[in-house]
Design a protein around this ligand. Structure first.
Ligand code: HEC
Length: 149
């Protein structure tokens, strides 16, 4: 009687430990949240289509393959892919002379490269673009100030 009770408790404790491990580990394994995935998809759509009332370019005009392939400026100069972009921000940018977050960088590309209406920090558009670009780095280690690859 006592033995089987102990056995049952051991099984339920093991099950609990197992469930906890799964719920702790699950988010790192992929984007398991459908709401998050929805915003990633919105961000990808903006990345490939949104012109922000600018010069007609979209993000993907320079950042090829959804940002995962090496990019190219309009003059043909190479740009690193965005495959680890989210891991290297915040980083110090000599030109503005200050630390840039990923949001700052994306706003700078909209204003400069697209010559578009720069989305506000609290806008849905910027949040979706940041979410999409960050999703490209899912699972990669943070390397603030590191090199884009
Ligand atoms: C006309 C070409 C062009 C377009 C269009 C463009 N970018 Fe960029 N982007 C660049 C260049 C060049 C750099 C790297 C130079 C720099 O640091 O400013 C860059 C850098 C970046 C980086 C940082 C990469 C890293 O790892 O350091 C991100 C993120 C980024 N762009 C996102 C975007 C997004 C999002 C859009 C669309 C809203 C966009 N870019 C549109 C040219 C472009």
């Amino acid at each position: 009687m006592k033995k089987s009770f102990l056995k049952a408790s051991a099984v339920s404790i093991l099950a609990l430990v197992g469930l906890t491990a799964v719920s702790v580990l699950a988010p790192a394994a992929g984007l398991s949240d459908p709401e998050l995935e929805k915003v990633v998809a919105e961000g990808k759509q903006l990345f490939t289509q949104a012109k922000f009332n600018g010069n007609g370019r979209v993000c993907q005009s320079c950042h090829l393959g959804g940002g995962l392939e090496p990019g190219r400026r309009p003059d043909g100069q190479p740009i690193p892919s965005l495959a680890n972009a989210a891991t290297v921000f915040p980083r110090y940018k000599p030109r503005p002379g200050r630390v840039f977050t990923l949001s700052d960088q994306i706003r700078s590309c909209v204003g400069g490269a697209l010559e578009g209406d720069v989305p506000a920090y609290d806008s849905h558009e910027l949040m979706a673009l940041v979410t999409y670009v960050t999703s490209l780095s899912q699972g990669k280690a943070i390397d603030m100030g590191g090199q884009p690859k």
